[in-house]
Write a protein that binds this ligand. Structure first.
Ligand code: DQA
Length: 143
């Protein structure tokens, strides 16, 4: 299966950024482990701090790939444009978050993108991405 991971703003700093919330591991290291563990999947990775670049990536892969795993970072809570982009493509999107956003500030309790996604996985640290990958592999989520 071809799976695209899209990470949004500030997630390039994973490992350095607020380690008590987001952990000490860099995403690149985690990605190596994920690719080694799931050789049957082709896992593409894209990170951007720019909303429009995330939208362009959704358009680029969104009619071709089997799944998109997206952590939109803080754009989760603000971006109707990302919601519309997810709705515009045929590839299913699973929203993920590292932290349990519902246990944090109230401004993180609302997601603009959840309703456009197939499902949401959050609060399991970096393992949230793997759990989303499992959902695609088990075909719990179909195109
Ligand atoms: C996050 C949660 C968001 O509220 C925050 O803005 C992030 C990371 C997470 O993965 O826990 O940047 O998406």
């Amino acid at each position: 299966k071809k799976i695209q991971i899209i990470n949004g703003p500030n997630l390039n700093l994973l490992g350095k950024r607020e380690p008590t919330v987001y952990g000490n591991a860099s995403f690149e290291g985690y990605l190596d482990e994920l690719r080694a563990r799931y050789p049957q999947c082709e896992i593409a990775y894209f990170q951007s701090n720019i909303e429009g670049e995330m939208i362009n990536k959704i358009h680029e892969v969104g009619f071709e790939y089997d799944g998109i795993i997206m952590n939109a970072g803080a754009y989760t809570h603000t971006s109707i444009a990302l919601h519309d982009a997810i709705k515009s493509v045929t590839t299913p999107v699973i929203e993920v978050h590292i932290s349990n956003v519902h246990a944090r500030e109230s401004f993180r309790h609302v997601s603009m993108i959840s309703a456009a996604c197939k499902g949401v996985i959050l609060g399991f640290g970096l393992d949230s991405y793997r759990l989303a990958l499992e959902a695609f592999i088990q075909s719990t989520v179909n195109k």
